[in-house]
Design a protein. Structure first.
Length: 137
């Protein structure tokens, strides 16, 4: 079964339907590449997926190991390159404060986050600048 079905809508926009759930998102080309920038661009989704994947993997890791995880948020800044046009760098800031982890647990959680599938998929081609705020820092 396909993961997603993507339909071009014209004017540099697409409709992306997640086959299993039926969830729909729309994309728009960014303003620096002939679009209106009114929705996520495809490269915005890659950048966003990176942070979402890290937080999801933290949740899975904590569930599997009996650690509390209720506070986590992140932001990502995407920096594009040209020739060829591609994502050159992601600047990621994760705030994991308030979960009550000791230093050893925090280290394990961060290691799990850095090994998320999206990170492993893009690690060779995109520079990653990662800052993580933990309790006691």
């Amino acid at each position: 079964m396909a993961t997603a079905e993507v339909t071009y809508l014209g004017e540099l926009r697409t409709e992306c339907k997640h086959v299993q759930s039926g969830t729909v998102i729309y994309t728009d080309a960014p303003t620096d590449n002939h679009g209106k920038g009114e929705k996520f661009s495809p490269t915005d989704l890659v950048a966003t997926a990176y942070v979402s994947c890290m937080l999801s993997i933290i949740g899975i890791y904590c569930n599997e190991h009996g650690y509390h995880f209720s506070k986590g948020k992140g932001s990502v800044t995407k920096i594009m390159e040209s020739s060829p046009r591609r994502i050159g760098k992601l600047v990621i800031d994760l705030d994991l404060r308030g979960n009550g982890w000791d230093a050893q647990t925090a280290e394990k959680v961060v290691r799990a986050a850095k090994a998320c599938p999206v990170a492993k998929s893009v690690e060779a081609g995109i520079e990653i600048e990662l800052a993580i705020q933990l309790d006691g820092e």
